[in-house]
Design a protein around this ligand. Structure first.
Ligand code: MG
Length: 273
């Protein structure tokens, strides 16, 4: 099997300091967290930013600041979130892309979250895909339910996304597809052979979905965006979650990819050094 790409989603939109003191929310905290995450084996860094009150922010300057501070200090692939909790309209979500990272997330349909609806209508999805294509940013297709796989494949058919596609299967969020191995196996079977995929289990499913993905030849996302616990009742840090997954992968016979190895696996253009 090819080496394992570990993505870390350190911040997200939901956890706050009163949920866990370990969640990085300021630019300084996010940058310092990133460097520790890279040391533990992460090769993709998924970026959300917050405002002064820790609320999700869609301020393109905040995204750009994190990216600028990391460039030159990290070899990790930077991935901007275009998620809608920080700002719902196309304009807000496109503006963040001017940070010009190698990757960005792209959710290809609508879904219920536990306490809200996450609305991604076709014109918004296509608008984001077109802008990523124009800027040479590789989308990570965020798949919360089966229909979103078809929607991603349609983007490729329309020339708005290039093969090989990269998918992130998000499992276990209340309102979206449940975190079972049957669902993971089924989803993997629906994507083109040449594409790559990552599993993101929510809450305690982060560990189980990650282990399944390691064994199935997929890749893994961990981090406090999706899960704040290491064990029940014991809060995690991002580097603890990465370190555990890296150790498990090695024990199960998979080496962990460096950022440049991840670039090759994902067919990203820019391979540094
Ligand atoms: Mg996210």
């Amino acid at each position: 099997m090819e080496k394992l790409i570990i993505t870390v989603a350190p911040t997200g939109s939901v956890p706050r300091k009163d949920n866990t003191p370990h969640v990085p929310v300021t630019t300084d905290e996010i940058v310092e967290d990133a460097l520790r995450c890279e040391d533990r084996g992460a090769s993709i860094f998924h970026i959300h930013v917050r405002d002064e009150e820790q609320r999700p922010s869609d301020d393109p300057e905040r995204f750009a600041e994190v990216v600028e501070r990391l460039e030159g200090r990290t070899g990790m692939i930077l991935q901007i979130s275009t998620g809608g909790r920080a700002g719902v309209d196309l304009d807000s979500r496109i503006k963040r892309l001017k940070a010009q990272t190698e990757m960005a997330s792209l959710t290809t349909g609508s879904v219920n979250f536990p306490n809200s609806a996450y609305i991604n209508p076709p014109d918004l999805v296509e608008g984001l895909a077109a802008e990523m294509k124009r800027l040479g940013i590789k989308p990570e297709m965020e798949i919360f339910d089966l229909s979103m796989i078809n929607n991603a494949l349609r983007l490729e058919k329309k020339g708005l996304a290039a093969s090989p596609l990269h998918f992130n299967f998000v499992l276990g969020l209340r309102g979206a597809i449940p975190a079972t191995i049957e669902n993971l196996v089924y989803m993997r079977g629906l994507i083109p052979k040449e594409s790559t995929w990552t599993a993101s289990g929510i809450a305690s499913a982060q560990l189980t979905m990650g282990v399944h993905a390691i064994l199935m030849g997929g890749h893994v996302r961990v981090g406090l965006e999706d899960n704040i616990y290491f064990h029940k009742g014991q809060l995690a840090t991002n580097e603890m979650l990465i370190g555990r997954m890296a150790d498990l992968a090695r024990q199960l016979g998979r080496e962990v990819a460096t950022p440049d190895e991840a670039r090759k696996i994902l067919s990203l253009k820019q391979v540094s050094g």
